[in-house]
Write a protein that binds this ligand. Structure first.
Ligand code: NAP
Ligand code: MG
Length: 494
């Protein structure tokens, strides 16, 4: 191991972490705790306050007070400057934060370090959006002399429920947009990976974000998460998670007509034509499905390959999978870390068994790693060929490093198969023919289509889903607009 316990951030030596409400770490009202483990070796690394209705209510009240307090008088320029200070503090603490993330949720440290520029740029992007809240002056046809315009105002208190597969990034969709627009927030991280969010919230205070503007309540989804979703004083909720929970959120939001942004599951198609540059398509599609050990909402898990190159492609994809070093996330040369939990590992292994049972051919991988890694939840990158689109491994979100290769003969067939899914988050096409590429771009029913690449996302562009992958857009000015409401102003100037 390259990093000894002695080198770990001081934050990780604290045994218990309270909620962060109104600028202070506080225990749960009922005083109980949830255990938090590292997926790297199954070890208990901390205990988190177990938030329930009363804790969420305390945090929402703090956020409401902050929304109506001095924070409401921050000018766009002040909010922009604050976000730049936040950027600087996060930059200074970057190594600390990614080490926490790596141990808490299992993403390889080397990969997280490589995301440094992307993360910092996204904070700067939010800083640039502090001046975005402008309306329009609109010519009207009213009888008389009227001047009509729109102005925009922050929606108020925003709830953010985020999953465990990448809190380092996903938390900024709430934090960055709230700070840019003048909203306040209560964030409920996943019980399996809350530490990055708690540490980030502390650093926000250090950067000068006023108390109560960003609050964090930890605990279980069914308790703290559900309480936040139904709280009558939360004006908007950004939810990232599974489609099933997304449906619950929609129901809970009815209590006060919360505005919703739902980033849900996916089963994204990655279409490889025979004229593609396979030297790029193989690693591109490979990392598209194996990256973050497959725990990516837009992972390209259904790989459609033109039949004439199917055999060669499968062979190369399997070799690529075998070449990826799976291991302890803090080890320098590791490309893939563990799955988040024993439960998730068993779920993924269940899909691997079901794939074989249903007649798909297991070409490589599928085994849990033992030896030094036996205490963690490590699974080999797995490739199935001879998959039919109707099999469970081709229809259900596995959220593990499992590729399902399906062959096709014509572009029309590829498109029909690609769209035979309940989801619509991402999709990709690999080809050297621009006509083929554009036909796929227009035909794939998804929020993002990548051409000759996979998974690149820019904060100024963002992404979102259609069908059961949810609605609302994360990133770009559309995202910022979601934190604002529009007001029409009609002035009689007769
Ligand atoms: P999940 O069970 O839906 O959990 C997501 C979040 O919701 C967690 O913070 C969870 O807290 C909380 N939660 C659970 N039940 C809740 C309830 N009844 N009310 C309110 N909140 C509740 O999802 P997961 O299985 O942990 O995460 C993986 C899923 O997230 C996959 O389906 C993946 O596709 C999706 N995802 C989507 C995107 C995207 O941008 N589209 C990005 C990442 C992940 P606890 O964990 O503490 O229970
Ligand atoms: Mg954990």
């Amino acid at each position: 191991m390259s990093i000894s316990q002695g080198n770990l951030p001081a934050f990780l030596s604290e045994q218990r972490h309270g909620h962060l409400i109104d600028g202070r770490m506080v225990p749960a009202q009922q005083g109980d705790w949830v255990d938090s483990f590292s997926p790297a070796d199954g070890r208990l690394i901390a205990q988190l306050a177990r938030g329930r209705e009363a804790d969420v209510d305390l945090a929402v009240r703090a956020a409401r007070r902050a929304f109506e307090g001095p924070w409401s008088r921050f000018t766009p320029a002040q909010r922009q400057k604050l976000l730049i200070r936040v950027h600087d503090v996060i930059e200074q603490h970057f190594d600390e934060i990614v080490t926490i993330e790596s141990l808490d949720m299992g993403a390889p440290l080397t990969r997280l370090r490589g995301a440094r520029n992307g993360l910092l740029q996204s904070i700067l992007y939010f800083a640039s959006q502090a001046h975005h809240a402008g309306g329009q002056t609109i010519p009207n046809s009213l009888a008389g002399r009227f001047t009509t315009m729109t102005i925009k105002a922050p929606v108020g208190v925003v709830g953010g429920i985020i999953p465990w597969n990448g809190p380092l990034f996903s938390q900024w969709g709430v934090i960055g947009a709230a700070l840019a627009t003048g909203c306040t927030a209560v964030i409920k991280p996943a019980e399996d990976a809350s530490l990055t969010v708690l540490r980030t919230a502390q650093l926000l205070l250090e950067a000068g974000v006023p108390e109560g503007v960003i609050n964090v309540v930890t605990g279980l989804g069914s308790e703290a998460g559900a309480a936040l979703a139904r709280h009558p004083d939360v004006n908007r909720l950004s939810f990232t998670g599974s489609t099933g929970t997304g449906r619950e959120i929609i129901k809970a939001s009815a209590v006060n007509m919360k505005r919703l942004q739902l980033e849900l599951g996916g089963k994204s198609p990655d279409i490889i034509f025979a004229d593609a540059d396979l030297d790029r398509a193989v690693p591109g599609a490979g990392m598209g499905v194996f990256g973050n050990s497959g725990q990516v909402c837009f992972a390209g898990t259904r790989i459609f390959v033109e039949r004439k190159i199917q055999e060669a492609f499968v062979e190369r994809l399997a070799a690529f999978g075998r070449s990826l070093k799976v291991g302890h996330p803090l080890q320098e040369d590791v490309i893939l870390g563990p799955l988040i939990s024993q439960r998730q590992l068993e779920r993924v292994q269940g899909f691997v068994q079901q794939g074989s049972r249903e007649g798909a051919q297991l070409v490589s991988g599928g085994e849990r790693l033992g030896g030094d890694l036996a205490q963690g939840y490590y699974l080999e990158p797995t490739v199935f060929s001879e998959v039919h689109n109707s099999m469970a491994i081709a229809q259900e979100e596995i959220f593990g490093p499992v590729a399902s290769v399906i062959s096709f003969d014509t572009p029309e067939q590829a498109l029909a198969l690609a769209n035979q899914t309940e989801f619509g988050l991402g999709g990709a096409v690999w080809t050297s023919n621009i006509k083929t590429a554009m036909n796929m771009v227009h035909g794939i029913q998804a929020g993002t289509v990548w051409v000759n690449c996979y998974g690149a996302i820019d904060p100024a562009v963002g992404f979102g889903g259609v069908k059961n992958s949810g609605y609302g857009w994360k990133g770009g000015t559309t995202h910022i607009d979601g934190f604002l409401y529009q007001k029409a102003v009609v002035i009689n100037t007769d």
